[in-house]
Design a protein around this ligand. Sequence first.
Ligand SMILES: [Zn+2]
Length: 206
Amino acid sequence: MEFSSKLLENAVNEMSQLPGIGKRTALRLVLHLLKQPEDQTHRLANSLNQMRTDINFCSNCHNISDTKLCEICANPNRNEKIVCVVEDIRDVMAIENTSQFRGHYHVLGGKISPMDGIGPGELTIQSLVDKVKEGKIEELIFALSSTMEGDTTNFYIFKQIEPYHITTTTIARGISVGDELEYADEVTLGRSIVNRIPFENSLKST
Ligand SMILES: [Zn+2]
């Protein structure tokens, strides 16, 4: 792509680093911004800068939060003994939308994926295991997507906490294999949380 302006080229190159945005789309977006009032671009840039600089993670569940303890962890009406293990904030949002879960979450920050260089140490698994060790958790619900990486991560965590004999369950696999949680419809997802099954059963069926 030949550009008549180095400034334009830089902006397009940066924009096209985003997932799903090719050079053509990046150019369209940048030209769109140029047509809008200057103020709008500044607000966009500022909000991104501020988010990146000030972003904070809940000290308990590791979800993105503006406060030290997120709203869910700080809510006394939620059951901290039941913890749903998810990959990231999108899963928390999807499950919260169902209104079927009143426990806490533990956000791993990804899934174990040796291909992508993500090992257990890159995730928040240790702090989850620590919480189990300290007797703070009665039930862990695995709610990772049913991919090979999701299954590997579930199994790794399961092995780590097995000696502590807490209840481990997994959301019912009404959600078809390979689907990401965030795409499951609310009713299906809500039902699969209510009808969760013992984790050991899911091992036998796969
Ligand atoms: Zn939290």
